[in-house]
Structure formats: C-alpha cells, structure tokens
Unconditional design. Structure first.
Length: 435
C-alpha cells in the first residue's frame, strides 16, 4: 500500500484504495477553521476516555496512556509546537493522529463508541457556551459604563427625537438608559441560548447510538452539560443552537449600530452633543481639521456581517435531510466570525462611551429649540382648562405657528399673544414652556 493510500486509510479505514485529489482535499479539509476547537476537543476526549475506563470498555492502563498523551498534545498546542495537517482534515483527526505518534496503537481505542459526528457536535456546543460567557461579560462591561453615564446625566436635558425631529425634552440619562435596556435583553437572549444548548450530544455516535455500555450521564456531567440529548439523530443533526447564537449576535449588533449611528450624528459640528476622544477617532489624509468617528462607523457597518452570517447558516440548514451532512462543515466559520465581530464591537463601544465628552450645555440649548415643550403646553390646556386633547392640540399648533412667525421660543411669546389664540390661558402657562 502506498504512503498516500495509508494517509487516507488512517481516517476512512479500508474502503478507499486511492487518496483524494488535491482539490477534493482542499474543499473537504476544515482544519484551518475548526482548530479553534482544540481545547474543547481535548477536554471532551478526556471525558470520553474516562467514561470508557469507568464502564470497562477500555482498560485503565490504556485510559491513563490516552489521558497523558492528550495532556501532552494540549501543551504542544499551547506552546505553538503542534503541527496541524490539512491532510488529516479536521481538529479531531489531527489530535488523534498525534496521539498515535505519542502512545502508539492504543490511541485508536479512544474513538470506541464515538463518531466524529457526535464529537464535533459536542465540541461546537462547548465552544459556543464559552463564547456566550465572554459576550455576556462584555455586555456587562458596556452596561456598567452606560449605567454610570445615566447616573451622572440623570438631569442633563437634551431633545428627544422622533423622525429625527425634535419631539419632547428628555435627559441624556433617559436616552442612554434605553440602550442599557436593549443590552439587558441581549444578555438575556444569549443566556437563554446557553441554557438551551447545554445538552450533551456524546453517545449519539454517527446517528443511531452505540452498542457499547456507555454512560452518557457521566460524560454530560463531566463536561458541565445539564443532561444528554435525548434523541441521537437530533444530537448530531441539530444546529439551531448555532443559528440562535447568530441571531443573538445580530440583534445585539443592531442595537450597537443604532447607538453608533447616534454617536456619529451627535459628534457632528451641526449637533455638537459629544466630542470623541482621540483614542477612538481618526483623521483625514487631506483635510487637517477632520476628526472622524471611524470606530462608531465600523460598529455600524459590521452589523452587516452579523446579519449575513445568520442568513448564511439558515440557508445551509434549510433543506438538509437527517442527519449529518457535510454541509454542516460550513456552520463554524460564520459562528466564529460573528463571535469575533460582536466581541470587538462591544469592546469598541465600551471604550468610546467611557472616554467621550458630553457637551451638556449644547444639548440643553438644542432641547429648547424646535418647540419641544409644545406637548407640555397641550397637556396643560387639557389639565387646567378641561379642554379635549384634540382641541388642545389644535390650539397649541396655532401658538407654535405664531412663535415660528415671530422667530422666538414658546416661552418668549407674551401672554397676550397666547390669549389671542385661547383667552383662558393664564400666566401659569409659562411654568411648562421652559425646560
């Protein structure tokens, strides 16, 4: 048997006489992507090995050799001395092949009662669980900054907007508090996703379980799962945990994008609500005066990646028959990229918020523009004159038009001016016309 044939047989057994073509090898190999699973793959393999020993499927001596070998591989990868091979396709076979080099044929016993199908499903859930923990921690950090800003600016008046037109006066604390609430829901979604995915696929093997007397409860417990997955076909076929993760990331990214958009607008000279720090701004190669909010713009743009990754995996999954299909090899790159993207966006947004300067005096002036207290005027008419709101709305509209014609603020109108529209208006009206 040729060396090339031996390489293919090491993975697929005796079914094939020839190695795959170079192009087939390129399209089939996933090691460049799934090597991120290495720590989770070794952890799951150790749990599987310990279970095989406990159930006497393999001997303790063989189990000890396997555990020692896996520990050595773990150290090699950490130290950067491990050589990943595309010919070995994926992280699972790269680890197993190196294990055989270290401990010999005993390495082959590790794959007893296990398939790469339930192996990768387990690794993927372990990785996603850890990724969610990191994201939730980053959301907490962003919220901590937002909460501090809300407390500092609980009385800092600014215009509230609808249709990006001045609507009613609010405070900066209220405005930023809306984003804190959005992130709180994002955190809850990620947490719920983690809870749902926390079931162990190990023991499903290829799709139909295994005749070996394995203990799925032991491996599930050892890996921190709540329970084994009850259906073996679902265990290897399900990727809804991945699409749910991608949705959570896309939704969180959308919230960050909305905040980024407001920062971009507020940082313009026309608004002047906020001044970005130098650490979170860039300049222009031709216009010396420019201070561009590039970090915010990139947070806004990267939402496209997050949305695209969700659609990509949904499209991959939409017509797959049971159970495992090679299409599922495309499930990891989009999840990895979305994690990297939302992780970066959360850190960037936290840094921007923590370092920017809020121009509260300018915000206050803007809150007084645009007749933002007009709704308070209408409410005063209802509460003090017992006027139907629609009538109060009409009266207020006429008063606003009068202020526009005189090019003044509402509180700068005289009482006589307002009484020319509604005679019952009293001097008390001025108590609601100023911020």
């Amino acid at each position: 048997m040729s060396a090339d044939t031996q390489k293919s047989s090491a993975i697929w057994g005796g079914r094939f006489d020839a190695r795959p073509s170079d192009i087939m090898q390129d399209i089939n190999a996933s090691i460049d992507i799934d090597k991120r699973f290495w720590r989770h793959d070794i952890t799951a393999s150790k749990a599987h090995c310990n279970m095989l020993v406990a159930t006497k499927i393999i001997t303790k001596d063989d189990g000890d050799k396997i555990i020692d070998g896996l520990t050595q591989i773990e150290s090699e990868i950490e130290n950067g001395t491990f050589q990943f091979s595309k010919e070995l396709e994926d992280i699972h076979m790269n680890v197993e092949s190196r294990l055989k080099e270290i401990i010999g044929d005993t390495a082959g016993r590790l794959h007893t009662a296990r398939s790469r199908n339930d192996q990768v499903a387990t690794d993927f859930r372990l990785w996603t669980r850890d990724a969610i923990d990191i994201i939730v921690a980053n959301i907490d950090k962003a919220q901590s900054v937002l909460k501090q800003l809300c407390a500092t600016h609980k009385d800092s008046a600014m215009p509230g907007f609808t249709h990006l037109q001045s609507a009613q006066p609010v405070t900066l604390g209220i405005h930023l508090g809306a984003y804190d609430q959005m992130l709180e829901r994002d955190k809850a979604r990620f947490t719920d996703c983690r809870k749902r995915l926390n079931e162990s696929p190990l023991g499903a093997a290829a799709l139909a379980g295994t005749p070996f007397p394995i203990d799925r409860e032991q491996t599930a417990s050892a890996l921190g799962f709540d329970r084994p997955m009850p259906n073996t076909m679902d265990a290897v076929a399900a990727r809804d945990f991945a699409t749910e993760f991608l949705f959570c990331a896309a939704q969180c990214g959308t919230h960050l994008s909305r905040l980024a958009e407001e920062i971009i607008i507020w940082a313009t000279p026309q608004f002047g609500f906020v001044t970005l720090s130098d650490e979170w701004s860039t300049g222009s190669s031709i216009m010396p005066q420019k201070k561009n909010p590039d970090a915010a713009e990139l947070v806004r743009a990267k939402t496209g990646r997050l949305n695209g990754n969700l659609l990509q995996l949904l499209t991959v999954l939409k017509a797959l028959p049971m159970t495992y299909n090679k299409d599922l090899q495309e499930d990891k790159a989009c999840v990895f990229e979305s994690f990297d993207t939302i992780d970066l966006c959360l850190k960037a947004m936290t840094g921007m918020l923590d370092s920017m300067t809020w121009n509260t005096a300018r915000m206050f002036d803007a809150a007084e523009d645009g007749y933002s207290t007009a709704t308070r005027l209408a409410d005063w008419l209802v509460m003090n004159l017992n006027m139907p709101f629609r009538d109060a709305h009409h009266v207020t509209g006429r008063i606003v038009k009068m202020a526009e014609q005189q090019q003044c603020k509402l509180y700068e109108l005289s009482l006589d001016d307002m009484q020319s529209v509604e005679a019952r208006i009293s001097d008390d009206i001025f108590s609601v016309l100023k911020i």
